[in-house]
Design a protein around this ligand. Sequence first.
Ligand SMILES: [Fe+2]
Length: 427
Amino acid sequence: MAPTATVQEPEELQDTIKRLAALKPIGHSRGKHDVVTGFDKEWADKLPETTKQRFAKYGIDISQGYPYAPLNEKIPKFVDEVYAIRKDEFPYVERGKNADPEKKLLFDAAEDVIHLTPYVGTEIVGLQLADLTDQQKDELALLIAERVVVFFKDQDLSPQKQLELGHYWGQVEVHPQATRVGPEFDGVTVIWQEHQRKRWGLPLTFKNSKLGNSQWHSDLVHEFQTAGITHLHLDAIPGIGGETLWSSTYGAYDKLSPALQQFLDGKTAIYRSAHQYLDRENPLKGPKYVEREHPIVRTHPATGWKYLFVNRSMTVRIVGLLPAESDLILNYLYDVIESNRDIQVRWSWQKELGSIKKKEDGATAAEPKVYRGVSALWDNRVANHSVVHSEESIVGRHGTRVTSLADTGYFDANSMSQREALGLSLD
Ligand SMILES: [Fe+2]
């Protein structure tokens, strides 16, 4: 006998949709546990000491719990609601574009400026991010665009100031459901792997340490205007381990043959979100990602250099190719980004602060220098990044992240690659 289709009456369907909308959010695609909304009452005590000190100093109240996720009724359940959050172009000022190319105000004020590799990663020594003038912030934006990632150690930085800096460099991304410092801190996202592992059920174990933000990725590529300057401030670090790696996608583009560069120039790809939502038209079909299309080779507005815009975690397919063709090429591009160490920098957040012998400022091994937090600011457009999760380094690592959204992304056929522009060998 042929199966009989059950036709759901419109009213009944509306009722089903309402009931689905009242359920808990689906959350991160890899999370195994229910999403905890509101204040997390059980976790405030587990915060590392240095984080507690930072929060106490800057008046952040964790007495009701920590971290904070938006209340259930405020979290979108349907994918169309998420698309609607930022669907139209908003004004964006590329701060680095009008900066002094010599960056004199920034460099003269710094005690030292240390390039960590020939073309990726620079450390600024002896400056507090909280004290930068607008001109210095513009010069820093250009330095980040050129060097991919810039580091500042020993920073006295409140979450409020971190947010203010983010607003200067662009519209701050407010995630529909990621945990934040508190209800008044939209845009200050909590980065706390131990919480993710235990609360969300992300299976980060020694044998499974390449999950989550350990997989090479770039943040928020499903946005209409994707992430520009991303500022991670770690206010607590483990004694050793927990490094972060960045790979330059200017460099990755330069690694390709001219024929493959030409093939990719002008093509677009589809990018997806990390979190999932329901399709209102077909809610029972299962969770869906937010997806958006961007050029696969883009031109950076400040440097004018071409860069490859792909990452293993969030790129779905190259538009116009068969799935097998797209997979083959994308996997090759991921391999170029992930395996070429000469276009990467690996940052140890501790360095001498982790030393048990070095005496600085009269501090002894028994009275180590106070850890005040380290900031990494990268241009998310021109980088993939990856955290080294080791079982031992997850505990005691905590930070806050603020992301400034940038341009919609464009490809200028007349733009040059980084190595072309700098007159370096193209072999
Ligand atoms: Fe990330």
